[in-house]
Design a protein around this ligand. Structure first.
Ligand code: ATP
Length: 278
């Protein structure tokens, strides 16, 4: 069971969005993908999930190029929760999660009790069983996010790809989802913005910067003050996590953000003020 990218570029028109990315996801790990806005995390995830084909290089699942694997087969092996995925409407929560069983259904394999059980387990896993009859469009952003994750779990994939899975979630559900994801018997790749969450939950972290894979390693290897300064433009101290040996915690310094960003905002605010006065 392996999923990897070998020397992958992906470009939109003439613009290279990710460049020469080589990465091998280890079976059973929780791999976090971090990087500033626009660094290429979503693009990398969508190439890993087979949604985008590399312009150069290969995306490979168990020795076979993703482009040669059929959609149905791929969906049984890779579950993908995209950022702001909001395409389903006028269906119940149970129906939304049941969509995850689609790759297993066919004329010779109709819906069965096993499918019901898988859907119920997935709803339990994200703490949404009590809302199973609610209509999708009545859910909050966070509840929708949990249903998306349940739908991906119902695919019973070997690899679960999550693009910012804690978006819209309150802190209890953020930690709950990450704890759940870490315990699942699947290999997980998740794009995360909260670097402390990456430190707490990930086995390894891959850091993107300007469309390139800048570094990959344990949280302690990657989340060092130099990387936080050079890649994210923030000043921070990294301390060992006393409660979880081998893990670390980041303490950001107030006023330690890259001053270019701060002065950009200051300029915008000054312009708005001028407009209001004029
Ligand atoms: N189809 C496209 N056409 C043109 N530019 C694109 C396309 N897809 C992505 N990009 C650009 O590529 C860059 C990387 O985008 P991507 O969404 O992969 O970044 P990201 O690291 O996930 O960002 P964020 O943290 O903001 O979600 C961005 O500058 C984005 O505007």
């Amino acid at each position: 069971m392996s999923l990897e990218l070998r020397n992958v570029d992906w470009q939109a028109g003439f613009k290279k969005i990710i460049t020469d990315v080589t990465i091998a996801v280890k079976p059973g790990e929780f791999l976090g993908l971090i990087g500033p806005n626009g660094s290429g995390k979503t693009t990398l995830m969508s190439v890993l999930g087979g949604l985008r084909r590399p312009s150069r290089g290969d995306a490979i699942l168990d020795g076979q190029a993703l482009k040669n694997i059929g959609r149905r087969n791929l969906a049984q092996r890779i579950g993908f929760v995209e950022q702001q995925a909001d395409t389903i409407d006028r269906i119940t929560v149970t129906e939304a999660v049941s969509l995850g069983r689609t790759p297993y259904l066919g004329l010779l394999s109709p819906w069965s009790q096993n499918d019901d059980a898988v859907v119920d387990d997935a709803l339990d896993a994200v703490d949404m069983r009590s809302m199973k009859d609610r209509m999708w469009h009545t859910l909050s952003g966070g509840e929708k996010q949990r249903v998306h994750i349940a739908r991906a779990l119902a695919q019973e994939p070997e690899f679960l790809l999550l693009d910012e899975p804690t978006n819209h979630l309150d802190i209890r559900h953020q930690l709950g989802i990450l704890e759940l994801v870490r315990r699942l018997p699947v290999t997980v790749v998740a794009a995360l913005h909260d670097l402390n969450h990456a430190a707490m939950f990930c086995d390894r972290i891959a850091m993107m910067d300007g469309g390139k894979l800048r570094a990959i390693g344990t949280p302690q290897d990657i989340l060092i003050p130099e990387n936080l300064r050079d890649v994210f433009g923030v000043s921070a101290t990294v301390e060992p996590d006393d409660i979880h040996p081998g893990r670390c915690m980041i303490r950001y310094h107030a006023g330690g953000a890259n001053t270019d960003v701060v002065s950009d905002f200051a300029d915008i605010k000054a312009d708005i003020k001028k407009d209001r006065i004029a």
